[in-house]
Design a protein around this ligand. Structure first.
Ligand SMILES: Nc1ncnc2c1ncn2[C@@H]1O[C@H](COP(=O)(O)OP(=O)(O)OP(=O)(O)O)[C@@H](O)[C@H]1O
Ligand SMILES: [Mg+2]
Length: 239
């Protein structure tokens, strides 16, 4: 089961405007681990997650997924292995109905007929969006869009799930559904979130970023009980 590890070595990434968003990131995630990526706005969470399926590619450092380096040449294979729900949902909803949007990924992987129908319906049921199946994605609320994006990714059964702010705009019942989905998923999970309660419910390990650098990598319980660390990372909930 060790073939779906994630190994990030010395990753540094600078945006074209000169903004250094990630600096010297090193992280090894074993198959089956669930890891929360924490940090304030602009800390570098989304930039890091976008490197996991090659949406962003850096020439400084390396990312290896189960023995396959993430490069332009390996993108197809990497994207079959790593399923990402991006923070910005609009780019992920491009088909005219919710149903077709969720069916798109598994269809591309060769699933069809009754099997496709049951996979799509299960993903819609698990995310509480089955009643929306004929709706145009542009006519959904913010939270509904996010749930449909999650359904689209879980319908592909990736070996590694990457969720960027999955609870943003989602109501408590929806968050509970997402927790249940993640608890049923026994492969690797990497989740960025501002919701520490949610992070603790689904992840054992947490990585805290600040200004593009890792300032802590350890157990979630050691993060939530460390007021100094939370304050330093500007994620302390004390308003
Ligand atoms: N396209 C871009 N061009 C230039 N700079 C960018 C771009 N996207 C993000 N950045 C910058 O990179 C840094 C990291 O941004 P990133 O989106 O990774 O943060 P984040 O931790 O995901 O924040 P949030 O909690 O707001 O989602 C920020 O300083 C941001 O302004
Ligand atoms: Mg982000």
């Amino acid at each position: 089961m060790s073939h779906h590890y994630v190994n990030i070595k010395d990753l540094t990434f600078t945006y074209s405007d000169g903004n250094i968003a990630l600096e010297n990131i090193n992280m090894y995630i074993t198959h089956g681990e669930s890891v929360a990526i924490l940090g304030s706005n602009g800390a570098g969470k989304s930039t890091l997650l976008k490197h996991l399926n090659g949406t962003l590619l850096s020439d400084k450092g390396e990312i290896n997924i189960g023995g396959i380096p993430v490069t332009k040449k390996t993108l197809k294979k990497i994207r079959e292995t790593v399923g990402i729900v991006f923070q910005n949902t609009d780019n992920q909803l491009f088909m005219p109905t919710v149903y077709e949007n969720v069916a798109f990924g598994p269809k591309n992987l060769g699933v069809d007929g009754e099997q496709l129908k049951s996979i799509v319906e299960l993903a819609l049921k698990d995310t509480g969006t089955i009643h929306l199946l004929q709706k145009h994605p542009f006519r959904l609320s913010g939270g509904e869009k996010r749930k449909v994006c999650i359904a689209s990714v879980i319908a592909c059964s990736p070996e590694i799930l990457v969720f960027d702010e999955p609870t943003a705009e989602v109501d408590p019942k929806g968050i509970k559904d997402i927790v249940n989905i993640l608890k049923k998923f026994h492969h690797t999970k990497i989740i960025s979130t501002h919701n520490l309660k949610f992070a603790s419910a689904v992840c054992k390990r947490g990585v805290v970023l600040k200004h593009g650098k890792i300032i802590f990598d350890g157990q979630m319980e050691d993060i939530i009980n460390n007021t100094e660390l939370l304050r330093e990372a500007e994620i302390l909930d004390d308003y």
